[in-house]
Design a protein around this ligand. Structure first.
Ligand code: ZN
Length: 417
């Protein structure tokens, strides 16, 4: 076990305070810090603080894959860490995006290889052959848009904005009055038709429709601030930042999710989503495959996005993973094989006593202390982690035991097999 130093990624949507404050560095930071990567991604691996100096986790894995990863992870995923842990601090919205399924990723990667698009090219969609399921747990209040909202509710929202320009689009969702004789269309078909219409709309049309929707949102908020005020505020914020962007309209179709600290959402393949604001802990399969749908100056490949999107409506509740508690540990249940995440809380009667914290899966562990201070005993050594500090526990160095004198919280990422 060694202390792990994450790699800080500076993107324009990041925060000058959140990650700096969390990791005990001067505030404000020189640049907006968006993500702290705790893992062995080749693009920015974390470092281990060993007796002989800092060593890249990537090199440590290369030198001793079996001892570090364990035979189960190695047999399934090869000599690489299959997951990546990030602390994410969004002061501004991220791009609207979706991630491919495993099959779509393999197919897309091979297609782009055949076409000769360089892996580093800004127009490359598929940088590896992996899917990218992701789990986000709020560390501070967190706002997101994720998954297409059930259609009946979206029709209520669009009608509440009272924008006559929206009427033909409401009709695409099947919200037309007197449409009993129309052929039956599923809600997913309606969402596909509407989203496709908006995302492919000519710019002059968007330059009329987006301002009309923003005006509707202003009127809605000034009248009675009703049940859709969060949705209306979000569309205004996005419209201010990305005037005339089809993603502003698309935001109206997605669930507006607010997470309290400790609450989570799981984003599966094809789920259109964006993170709006807040600080969270994200665990994902170690992949870079992102298809963007707007709200970004980066490459947007609309046909490819339409190919991977899942238009099946979902509710906010359905996005939240089930959890269960086992002793100190709150386990977030997801179908991902690449990772599992849990939160260990030491408080009450456990304070001042060493407690067992065996992982449910055989494999390496990444630990991150998010509250208080906690002493971790592994086979090879003992480390005390303060808030914002993390550790790498090789497979052959577990199980761990924990000791805290005051209430402390430790997140643990492992493989999900
Ligand atoms: Zn994502």
């Amino acid at each position: 076990m060694e202390q792990l130093h994450g790699a800080i990624r500076t993107y324009a949507w990041g925060s000058r305070t959140a990650i700096a404050e969390f990791t005990g560095r001067p505030v404000p930071a020189a640049h907006p810090e968006a993500e702290l990567w705790l893992g062995a991604h080749p693009g920015d691996p974390a470092c281990l603080d060993t007796d002989t100096g800092e060593v890249s986790l990537l090199n440590v894995l290369t030198q001793d894959p079996e001892g570090q990863l364990g035979s189960v992870a190695q047999a399934r995923f090869g000599d690489r860490l299959p997951f990546l842990v990030k602390v994410l601090a969004a002061d501004e919205p991220l791009s609207l995006q979706a991630h491919p399924s495993a099959m779509q990723a393999i197919e897309g990667y091979e297609r782009e290889e055949r076409l000769g698009v360089a892996v580093s090219s800004p127009i490359r969609n598929y940088r590896d052959t992996s899917h990218k399921p992701e789990l986000l747990v709020a560390l501070q209040p967190f706002e997101a848009l994720a998954g297409f909202r059930p259609v009946a509710r979206t029709i209520e929202l669009l009608r509440a904005l009272a924008v006559s320009d929206l009427d033909p689009f409401i009709a695409l969702l099947g919200g037309q009055s007197g449409s009993d004789s129309a052929p039956a269309q599923s809600d997913a078909d309606g969402l596909r038709a509407l989203f496709t219409t908006w995302i492919t709309a000519p710019q002059p049309d968007l330059d009329v429709l987006v301002p009309a929707v923003l005006e509707g949102a202003i009127q809605y908020l000034s009248s009675d601030a009703g049940e859709f005020s969060a949705e209306a505020k979000t569309v205004l914020e996005l419209g201010e930042r990305y005037p005339g962007d089809a993603g502003v309209l698309a935001s109206l179709l997605l669930n507006r999710v607010t997470l309290a600290p400790g609450e989570a959402i799981f984003v599966s393949a094809g789920n259109l989503h964006t993170y709006l604001h807040g600080v969270g802990l994200e665990v994902m399969a170690n992949s870079d495959n992102v298809l963007r749908g707007g709200l970004t100056p980066k490459h947007v490949d609309v046909p490819e996005l339409l190919r991977v999107l899942d238009f099946t409506p979902t509710t906010e509740e359905a996005l939240r993973p089930a959890t269960y508690t086992d002793g100190l540990e709150l386990v977030y249940q997801t179908p991902a094989e690449e990772f599992a995440l849990s939160r260990l809380t030491v408080d009450g009667d456990h304070l001042g006593h060493e407690v067992d914290a065996p992982a449910r899966h055989e494999g390496p562990q990444i630990l991150l202390c998010t509250e208080g201070s906690i002493t971790v005993h592994a086979k090879s050594k003992t480390l005390t982690l303060h808030r914002g500090e993390s550790a790498w526990v090789p497979c052959d160095d577990g199980p761990i035991r924990l000791l805290a004198q005051r209430p402390a919280v430790l997140f643990r990422a492992t493989i999900g097999l």
